[in-house]
Design a protein around this ligand. Structure first.
Ligand code: GLC
Ligand code: CA
Length: 516
């Protein structure tokens, strides 16, 4: 009987710490808050949690701007709180994955503070510094994901530095192997504390190559239009000029994998990545000796009820990765509108049908090969909060492009736990929380839904309990091609001992499984 490693079939519950549970009444979620809710997560029947960054950080990008890789941000608690969290999680049978951000850090990180001072300090080569062009302009036309140029001028060095995200998130220079070594030390620090794996942030944006620099070309189907270069959105450019997915990244990745392999207990590395051809990039990043798996974006991008689009996204992934756990599917996360909004809202479904559809999507993702990431609140069928006033918006990306684009606050509002009045639905005792809590979410509060027979939480947890007992689901990672009519997704999951036929029907909003 084939035995798979835990991560090859894991259901991973993603926690956004700022919005999960506040324990000290400041309106901001924290680590003790997470610990107090671990039972709710374990009862759902998932295998692991992934906690988005909780490290010391100026919070310009809510933790993805790290100023100390080996600590806990003051608002989130202490290292003792982290110890308590991991101990409790392990007691409950949950693996613990945390985020690591290897591509960039905060401009307040001591490495950058030192590096920017001069061209000859000990950290001078730890970031991607480049001389201006003869006319003083930036080395290339590269844009940052969050808008504007990917280069910022540093008068002290009379050079530009690269940042694929905010100017306050300078790219580390992985061409200098000391940088990769330092990030490997960070991994050792957390592995020593018992962490079971890392979700590795934006690995395609790691920078490890130097000149020659080339400009990005505009996407063929986009005109760069009249907007000045610095206001162009990132997604209007092709990125094969060297800005993303540089081959030299793999030297670091291979080194990092060796660190994970030097620990017992199957430590797991899952990379978040993208590219003009994301499936190809996933293949490169998960070649032997590299990452175990990558995070598959195709379902995250699929909008509206396009069953055909969904089928082809799944087929493309299976075409390359069938038989392996090298990819992780997700419908929602902290960066995109929740599936309930992105995919289901346009259908104008009734509340009941909306729940049925959310359950169908959850079961679908948990039935595919590889691991699955469920984002906090997905088990409650939460939808996005789209009426946050601009004055209360927090996401720098959203603020940059509002009101054209609502940004990422809409999927990051605090969790709801209890229908009780006066205490902000169990999230916090504070009268104001860091993002507003949605009135509409209170009807779907976690503790109430977990106790309500027939709720999405209840049905999904039963499904996960069943799944854990099926050889075809947990002893092999193979499935047949997708079949079915225009509103159906039908496939078999197969192991030596069992063959299960799944039918997801988007017309009747039902799922059926039969042993064949
Ligand atoms: C990843 C994170 C996102 C963050 C970005 C920069 O895409 O998921 O939240 O803003 O990386 O670190
Ligand atoms: Ca708090």
């Amino acid at each position: 009987m084939a035995v798979l490693k835990w991560w090859e079939t894991a259901i991973i519950y993603q926690i956004y710490p700022r919005s999960f549970q506040d324990s000290n009444g400041d309106g901001i979620g924290d680590l003790p808050g997470i610990t107090s809710r671990l039972e709710y997560i374990a009862n759902l029947g998932v295998d692991a949690i992934w906690i988005s960054p909780f490290y010391p950080s100026p919070q310009k990008d809510f933790g993805y701007d790290v100023s100390d890789y080996c600590g806990v941000h003051l608002e989130y608690g202490t290292m003792n709180d982290f110890d308590a969290l991991i101990t409790t999680a392990h007691e409950l049978g949950l693996k613990v994955m945390i985020d690591i951000v290897p591509a960039h850090c905060s401009d307040m990180h001591p490495w950058f503070v030192e590096s920017r001072q001069s061209r000859d300090n000990p950290k001078s080569d730890w970031f991607h510094w480049v001389d201006p062009q003869p006319d003083g302009s930036a080395p290339t036309n590269w844009l940052s994901f969050f808008g504007g140029q990917a280069w910022t001028w540093e008068p002290r060095r009379q050079q530009y530095y690269l940042h694929n995200f905010l100017p306050s998130q300078p790219n580390l220079n992985h061409a200098n192997s000391a940088v990769g070594e330092a990030i490997c030390d960070v991994a050792r620090f957390w592995f020593d504390l018992g962490v079971d794996g890392f979700r590795m942030d934006a690995v395609h944006t790691i920078n490890a190559d130097r000149a020659p620099y080339r400009n990005n070309l505009a996407k063929p189907d986009f005109e760069l239009g009249d907007l000045p270069q610095e206001q162009q959105p990132f997604f209007r450019q092709l990125h094969d000029s060297g800005q993303l997915n540089q081959p030299a990244i793999q030297t670091f990745i291979e080194k990092f994998r060796k660190v994970a392999d030097s620990y017992s207990g199957d430590r797991f590395l899952m990379g978040e990545l993208h590219g003009d051809d994301p499936t190809l990039a996933s293949e490169t990043f998960t070649a032997p000796g590299r990452l175990h798996a990558t995070y598959n974006f195709s379902l995250l991008e699929w909008g509206g009820l396009d069953v055909d689009g969904l089928k082809s996204a799944i087929s493309a992934a299976i075409g390359r990765f069938n038989g392996s756990g090298r990819l992780s599917f997700a419908f929602s996360n902290h960066d995109v509108p929740r599936s309930a909004t992105r995919q289901l809202a346009p259908l104008g479904l009734s509340e009941d049908d909306q729940e049925a559809m959310q359950l169908l999507l959850l079961k679908l993702e948990a039935s595919l090969i590889g691991s699955t990431c469920v984002y906090q609140g997905e088990e409650l069928a939460l939808s996005d909060v789209q009426d946050i006033p601009i004055s209360q918006m927090q996401d720098p990306w959203g603020i940059e492009f509002a009101p054209l684009f609502l940004g990422r606050d809409t999927c990051r509002t605090p969790m709801v736990w209890k229908k009780a009045k006066n205490n902000w639905s169990g999230f916090s005792e504070a009268s104001q929380t860091w993002l507003p809590i949605a009135e509409k979410h209170i009807q779907r509060s976690g503790i109430d839904e977990a106790a309500r027979p027939g709720s999405v939480y209840d049905q999904f947890s039963k499904f996960l309990a069943w799944r854990a007992q099926q050889p075809a689901m947990v002893q092999a990672n193979s499935m047949t091609e997708i079949k079915g009519g225009p509103k159906q997704i039908i496939f078999d999951r197969i192991s030596d001992q069992q063959k299960l036929r799944f039918c997801f029907d988007f017309e009747t909003l039902t799922t059926s499984v039969t042993e064949v």
